[in-house]
Design a binder for this molecule. Structure first.
Ligand SMILES: NC(=O)CCC(=O)C(=O)O
Length: 284
């Protein structure tokens, strides 16, 4: 059977609390709702199962694949019959005990088909606004991630990873039709860069970009921006929301992607002879 040329993606902007069981149950209900509304690929937010913050990662960390979050997500993907990009959870690696911010991905049979450990840790210091240092407790992942579906290849990054265009570009050159980022920007960098970065990655690479944030909780120590969004290969916003709990939907249309790439053919116009290896070019 020919691959379908269009399918629905959905991003669940989940209200996340400090009660893990409640978060997991809420995520499962919303995954089933998205599936009933036609979604074939469902996305959850960064740190969807627990409170986001360096002081919480150790307390909430789980082993993969033997933790309760993986069990719940696998069962939910199977029951909903969807591909599921399971946001991220704090992961504890055994026996090293090292912690990671990790996204797990499931196929519609509930098999764990990919795992992405956040590569670029969120270490920033904007004086008077926000200081955050994920590297105080987390380790960074060492590989780039994409997975196959019958619709096409999908790339995965987590939040701060979106600031690094090389990662998205490699995904595009590996044939990805979309890059998906579970993420939790904040009230300082959200209004500054959240939408801009998504549209930039989409236009750079002429593919779809989707982001999925937790809903905003003003009582949390880290307040998420919200505004989960889906962008098309022209950088146009197909679906977005505000800061409250919500589910957004859009079609990923492979004919549209092809048309955009044919009309402005930058994909084939790159001068790799001038920039074969960007890092090498910095050397004097
Ligand atoms: N959780 C994160 O990685 C936040 C990234 C962020 O807010 C940014 O500005 O980048």
């Amino acid at each position: 059977m020919a691959s379908p040329s269009k399918f629905k993606i959905s991003c669940i902007q989940l209200a996340v609390s400090s009660d893990k069981s409640l978060n997991l149950q809420n995520a499962k209900n919303k995954i089933l709702e998205a599936s009933k509304n036609g979604a074939k690929l469902v996305v959850l937010p960064e740190c969807f199962n627990s409170t986001y913050g360096v002081q919480y990662f150790d307390r909430f960390a789980e082993c993969i694949p033997n933790g309760e979050s993986v069990k719940t997500l696998s069962a939910a993907a199977k029951e909903a019959n969807v591909y599921l990009i399971g946001g991220s959870i704090p992961e504890r690696e055994e026996p090293s005990g090292k912690l990671y911010n990790t996204c797990t991905v499931y196929d519609p049979e509930g098999n764990l088909i990919a795992k992405h450990r956040k590569v670029h840790l969120f270490d920033i210091d904007i004086p008077g606004k926000i200081t955050f240092q994920e590297s105080a407790t987390l380790n960074s992942g060492n590989s780039l991630t994409c997975f196959d579906t019958e619709y096409g290849k999908i790339g995965v990054g987590i939040c701060y990873d979106i600031r690094f265009p090389e990662m998205a570009m490699i995904a595009a050159r590996r044939g990805c039709i979309a890059m998906v980022y579970p993420g939790a920007f904040n009230l300082t960098t959200g209004p500054l860069h959240w939408e801009l970065l998504q549209r930039a990655r989409a236009v750079d690479n002429q593919f779809y970009v989707a982001t999925c944030s937790p809903a905003r909780d003003t009582s949390a120590s880290y307040i998420a921006w919200g505004y989960s969004t889906i962008v098309d290969p022209n950088g146009q916003i197909l679906a977005t929301t505000d800061h409250k709990e919500d589910i957004i939907y859009a079609d990923i249309d492979l004919e549209h992607l092809k048309t955009v790439r044919q009309s402005i053919p930058i994909y084939n116009q790159r001068r790799f002879d001038l920039y074969p290896n960007v890092a090498e070019n910095f050397k004097e």
